[in-house]
Design a protein around this ligand. Structure first.
Ligand SMILES: *[C@@H]1O[C@H](CO)[C@@H](O)[C@H](O)[C@H]1NC(C)=O
Ligand SMILES: *[C@@H]1O[C@H](CO)[C@@H](O)[C@H](O)[C@H]1NC(C)=O
Length: 392
């Protein structure tokens, strides 16, 4: 009896006591260590130039406290108002608040969505309907300097709270403003994130990690990853630089609008002298330039391979669900027709040409991070390349 009891005690204690799992194993993302700190918060308005110099150029996130209060949407967008004024607007609604592959999306009218979203998992996430764009102002820090020539999407995120994103990074700059509810962010510096993505194990673009139960054996690079936290509430905006890994959760009736723009490489001062910066600009007045994002993504690939790539490599690299650079598209991009695409060529193309060649192509989520390798056999002149499995 004593013997049996001893064995039971030994098994009961020793199995968990001896296999000491890494901190945070099978726990929600972020439990492995406390945050390195809070993202800086500013209460004052930033000029576009200060915004560029202090945050955009160094790639530093910042919370712009109260910046969303300037827009009419801040006071107006109750369910009652939306169902009266914007009942007919349509947007895509996801069936799940937790981002995942097996959810489905359908178009829905705003009034239909409003009747159901409080009692369901519904998550509206799509381009902000045109009529609603009239009630949101461009954040003043984006009003000049070249940002508005690179805007490529404006999106609505609405639910009754409890949404969870994947842990991922985007290839674009982002300002997100809250008109209702709160969002909590776990953010990872772009340099750390780049290094981490390079070494993580499953070869996909996002971490396919379960954010509710992180498997620290499958993702050893997450065991010590340092992170920053940010909280934005109704009336606040967050600037999230491109390539910061992030995970976001929402609380309470949630209504946010975000602006995505393609990273800009310099500040255009002449754009600021030409513009009257006092009058607020409605989002509905702005033109979205999908072609600038396509240009940027292709340029990133070219730069990763030293500035130029032959046709077959461009076709294999620049993919999103399917091959988008067909022979015909490549001809249009390769202006000197030598079979190679260079950074100069892609930089010099008018944005309209890119948009004509690649209409309705969305390249937001493409990252190589060195996972593709080009190999040039100098003896034979034959170039080959290998990529992680998701690219084959
Ligand atoms: C949904 O719930 C929020 C509070 O969380 C409330 O303000 C809103 O009026 C509700 N909407 C509907 C259509 O019941
Ligand atoms: C491969 O090497 C040959 C000979 O050095 C060179 O002419 C060719 O441009 C290279 N190709 C690539 C894809 O770098």
């Amino acid at each position: 009896m004593l013997y049996v009891a001893t064995v039971v005690v030994l098994v009961w204690c020793f199995v968990p006591c001896m296999t000491r799992n890494p901190p945070g194993h099978l726990q929600p993302l972020g439990r492995h260590r406390p945050p390195s700190g809070q993202i800086e918060t500013l209460d004052t308005m930033l000029s576009p130039e200060d915004f560029y110099q202090r945050y955009v150029l160094p790639g530093r996130p910042v919370v712009l406290s109260g910046a969303a209060r300037l827009s009419p949407a801040y006071h107006r967008w109750t369910d009652r108002y939306l169902s009266q004024r914007h009942a007919n607007e349509e947007a895509e609604v996801d069936s799940s608040k937790k981002e995942r592959a097996d959810s489905y999306r359908e178009n829905m009218r705003m009034d239909e969505f409003l009747q159901q979203y409080n009692q369901s998992e519904m998550y509206m996430l799509d381009r902000l309907p045109k009529g609603m764009m009239e009630e949101v102002y461009l954040p003043p820090c984006l009003s000049c300097g070249g940002f508005t020539r690179h805007l490529h999407d404006i999106r609505i995120w609405m639910s009754s709270g409890g949404t969870k994103s994947t842990f991922h990074m985007d290839n674009m700059e982002n300002i997100i403003c809250m008109y209702s509810g709160r969002k909590d962010w776990l953010l990872v510096d772009s340099e750390v994130g780049r290094h981490t993505l390079l070494h993580h194990t499953d070869g996909t673009e996002d971490f396919s990690v379960d954010v509710d139960r992180v498997d620290m054996y499958k993702y050893p690079s997450l065991r010590t990853i340092p992170w920053w936290s940010a909280r934005i509430e109704r009336g606040d905006c967050l600037y999230l630089p491109h390539r910061w890994l992030h995970f976001v959760q929402s609380y309470g009736r949630n209504l946010a609008v975000n602006i995505w723009w393609t990273p800009i490489s310099s500040f255009d001062y002449s754009d600021c002298t030409a513009r009257d910066s006092q009058t607020p600009v409605r989002l509905s007045e702005l033109e979205l330039k999908q072609g600038e994002q396509i240009r940027y993504v292709i340029r990133v690939y070219l730069e990763e391979y030293g500035g130029k790539l032959p046709k077959d490599m461009v076709q294999a690299q620049v993919i999103y669900d399917e091959v988008v650079i067909t022979d015909w598209v490549f001809k249009g991009l390769d202006t000197n027709r030598d079979g190679w695409l260079t950074v100069e060529e892609i930089n010099n193309l008018p944005v309209e040409t890119i948009e004509d060649l690649l209409p309705d192509v969305y390249l937001e989520a493409v990252h190589t991070f060195g996972r593709c390798e080009a190999y040039n056999n100098t003896a034979t002149g034959v170039h080959t390349f290998t990529c992680a499995s998701s690219f084959t």
